[in-house]
Design a protein around this ligand. Sequence first.
Ligand SMILES: Cc1cc2nc3c(=O)[nH]c(=O)nc-3n(C[C@H](O)[C@H](O)[C@H](O)COP(=O)(O)OP(=O)(O)OC[C@H]3O[C@@H](n4cnc5c(N)ncnc54)[C@H](O)[C@@H]3O)c2cc1C
Length: 662
Amino acid sequence: LARERSLASFTPRHLTHLLDGSAEHTERVEAVRRILDREPLLDKSASYHLDHEGQYLRALKVMERVRALREEHRWSAGDMNIVWQEIYEGVPSLLNDDLFLKTLRDQATDEQQKNWIPLAKNWAILGCYAQTEMGHGSNVRGIETTATYLPATDELELNTPSLSSIKWWPGALGKTANVAIVFAQLVLADGTRAGVFPFMLQLRSFVDHTLLPGVETGDIGPKIGFNGVDNGYLALRSVRIPRANMLQRHNELTRSGELRRRSQMDQRLVYVTLLYARVNIVAGASTALAQGSTIAVRYSIVRRQFGQDGSTTTESPVLDHQSQQHRVLTPVSEAYAFHFTGQRMLQLYHRLVSAGLAADEAKSLLAESHATASALKAYVTDVTSGSLEQMRRACGGHGYSRFSGMPDLLGMYVQNNTVEGENHVMAQQAGKSRVLIKRYQQLQSSGHGAETTTDYRYMLPVTTEQLEADRCTAMRADEIRDPRVYLHAFERRAAHHIGMLHRRLSQGAPFAECHVDVERIVRAHAELYAVYSFVEALYPHANTWTSASADMTPAANIAPPVHSVLRRLCDLFALSRLVANLGDHLEASYLQSTHGPLARAAVRRLLQELRPDAVALVDAFNIPDRRLGSALGRWDGRVYEAMAAMAQAGPLNRTDVTTGYQ
Ligand SMILES: Cc1cc2nc3c(=O)[nH]c(=O)nc-3n(C[C@H](O)[C@H](O)[C@H](O)COP(=O)(O)OP(=O)(O)OC[C@H]3O[C@@H](n4cnc5c(N)ncnc54)[C@H](O)[C@@H]3O)c2cc1C
């Protein structure tokens, strides 16, 4: 690894600062890291022999230790974000700090917030978000838990009337949380079902943590990953809560039992909040890919199998094999692409917030951004899950061992396809509300897109003659490696498929028969955005990307050697995605069949060019060994020593003859 590091064409530290936003932020991260590195409890590999219960109990200790360190070092909220990012494990308090607090901020009245938020922030109460039931998740309206208003006592009575109505899955619900925000059907005194609303419910005693009467919770058992968290179930039998425990920011339940809308839940506010949550999901995909590729790249240097061109005397690092480069370096490019995608979304978020939410223009931008963010959530989590598994396999047999850090990373990550909007359901919803389709229709008929964001400009109308004349003229691999060329290919692909779907729907095709096509346009839209984001980070002045006259002056904040390597990654990301979906691109007829081989040749060349920088590119992610928890991905490359030591320390190896022998 040391030799590899000496080959790099750029200084990884410069790239780390770029990723972190500033050298100061990197220093802050490392200051927190030095404190955490002194904590033996945070050595992840210690948990690899533990079962679900053991992992959960360890996670509680982590929470306790972090709380003590927070007080000792007076860590701010920003520092705490760094802390959890550095620990990078599922612990139950994350549910309190994230979903529970977020829901209070969105749904509780000012007075309720004043009562509950300080307690939750200090972990004086620990909350969870209990929406999903055994029988219903995506379809929230189908929730069966009831909250019946009792005017005589001014209370609500909560019940889970059937097996399918039992809450199932909420994180931290099983054993940790002492309060929950429970989603239930509100039943008014006359028996009317008024819809699904959130209610604050105390689950456990604040004195000894025992369950309160009528409340039954438990852990739902071991999962693919995230086993430090007690995802739980909750059954309720005639549990009474005061009316004041209904979260009533947007609706009021009056003393006489009437439900009044207090304020229209501001759709724009919902969009902004969701946009922010999705920025985190995209950034989280980049983080997971960074972690996985750090392990896979370093191990692919240390691991030697076969020689180049059949040499039997000298074995090469497996990263010298082309297919290994393809499987490992492409995810590195995705990690960088999704980093810049998240950054671009964040800028958009700040622009929308600072623009004020009232303006009509902001409103339409919000709708566009919301559709893009939903599309990106589904897209990046899908790509990332696939790439993590690809990299796990790229570690060969050792990738199957938990000591590699890969199975736990994969197990923890793949839930992102399901939570915060199941990917396919969300794609359907983005399609059903028809934001993409509607916008396409508007832009096609109005023909002007001044108020549209760059990423929707591909929807502007073009004449048949323009379309006919618009053919890619690239004749060589280096010509297709031009962002102006491949970005246009992504635009044309997205425009073509949305146009096809629009035509089908206009001709009366039922939406239910268009699900697969909707997913195709959602993917094309998201992928275009990701490519835009990467290119824009490198060439911020070229706002008319696909024009030959676009200003391709490199970003001033990126040192030239770093810019060169990022440009290669950008090309690799775009062209490998293009090759993976070549059929969709060819249908759009901007590219012709001759461009497939050119794009593949460009990818092959890029892999060669990036190979010497592989280790430096993952070093730049600046992930400490403690967080990797991997014998394969260690900074010093002492893979076999670590594997042997970890195996020898295992509980089965404590005795010569196993107790089971008897
Ligand atoms: C690790 C983890 C943590 C979780 N934490 C929480 C939590 O803290 N609180 C909480 O309340 N819940 C939590 N959940 C539950 C989670 O939110 C739901 O599992 C998720 O919303 C998906 O719903 P579902 O399980 O009902 O899936 P379903 O909707 O039943 O999906 C099953 C399949 O049907 C498909 N499908 C369903 N409807 C459609 C449609 N209209 N069009 C196309 N395809 C469709 C889906 O794509 C999927 O393939 C958690 C789940 C996991 C795995």
